[in-house]
Design a protein around this ligand. Sequence first.
Ligand code: CMC
Length: 429
Amino acid sequence: MSADKTAKLSLNGKSYDLPMMSPVMGPDVVDIRKLYDEADVFTYDPGFTSTASCKSAITYIDGDKGELLYRGYPIEQLAAESTHLEVCYLLLYGELPTKDQMDDFKTRITRHTMVHEQMHYFFRGFRRDSHPMATMVGVVGAMSAFYHDSLDITDPWQREVAAMRMIAKLPTIAAMAYKYSVGQPFVYPKNSLSYAGNFLHMCFAVPTEDYVVNPVLEKAMDRIMMLHADHEQNASTSTVRLAGSSGANPFACIAAGIACLWGPAHGGANQACLEMLREIGTVDRIPEYIAKAKDKNSGFRLMGFGHRVYKNFDPRATVMKESADEVLDLLGIHKNPTLQVAKELERIALSDEYFISKKLYPNVDFYSGIILDAMGFSTSMFTPIFAISRTVGWISQWKEMIGENGKIGRPRQLYVGPKKRDYVDLRHR
Ligand code: CMC
């Protein structure tokens, strides 16, 4: 990264030199850190559409090219050749592991898959009909009450243990939230299974029958996890970083990320998308919904379409679409009405001038919901699965932040409220 260029800002008859920073890839960045001190102005950028909030060496996205790289490796290559656990290693430590490193990492993760037995009672405090995301926000936040020996963020060993615990236990917690919501007994993790296979086992096994993990579904689940593993400074990751910047413990930070992810504009879109497809119901009703999506006053958006960064296509969606075809073939689901609506909606939206001109393409959530539905997950589990997958990204970004910068995140504002005024006693109002 070099800082040999400057940008000039002319303000109230004065000129300011702003240093420029050049990234390894992507647009140059104007460094405005001294602007307030020197020029007494703030910058305004709600939604952070033009603001780099940090330096990061983890994930790179080129939205125009539809490119996503984890530590430099294209997502398509990782999806074809790698596994989610290997990608976890890559995101956390920066390089692909050797065989010994991978074996050691697998052992470390596997040995942390069980949760503290007392947590079972904690789950029982929730209503049975709680959304699994609500349960997860609570239980992950409460991990800080169960694992006191990994809360000291100044100790690299404790940070590492907290990271292992969260990557290992999030699938267990999500599966427990699911089992609790359907009134079935919790299923303990089975360490002989893969990361994805174990998750399917904990969700679908029951004590009365043997459950054999189907390798096609296992691979599809692994891919869903890998494709969602990190996505640079998205809303939930930025939330984790902001929470972490105050020195909050890692479990609290990840709980904050989960809460943010739940929103329908972010991770909640996969659930919202499938519910929308079901609400549309039949192909003949699609034009009505397309018209609603184009009508600004309707407040309705086509869920699973559009992305802040991808303006060409979402490379995760391309891989996910292939996986969806494999899973639907395996399960022999071709005449499912939801699927027919999805395919026709995709076709119409991709040829409609409104969606073309605004560069609105199906995103990863459009296809992930279809696969998860076919696998037998309730829609309420879609976002928890996104949360399990993104945990490694959140932790990698949190670790990077802790290692680099001691500054608390604290944006400024453009104040538009009342000017200073005097309090009026209740009797005189
Ligand atoms: N349906 C209809 N119109 C849309 C949609 C949509 N899904 N998305 C954007 N638009 C329109 C929007 O009305 C606006 O029109 P105009 O320029 O005339 O005002 C224009 O496209 C740009 O939209 P924006 O809201 O300024 O774009 P954004 O970058 O702030 O929002 C988004 C990105 C993903 C929040 C948005 O596209 C959206 O709400 N999509 C549906 C929810 C969804 O699928 N989210 C999952 C994102 S991928 C998974 C993840 O990373 O979490």
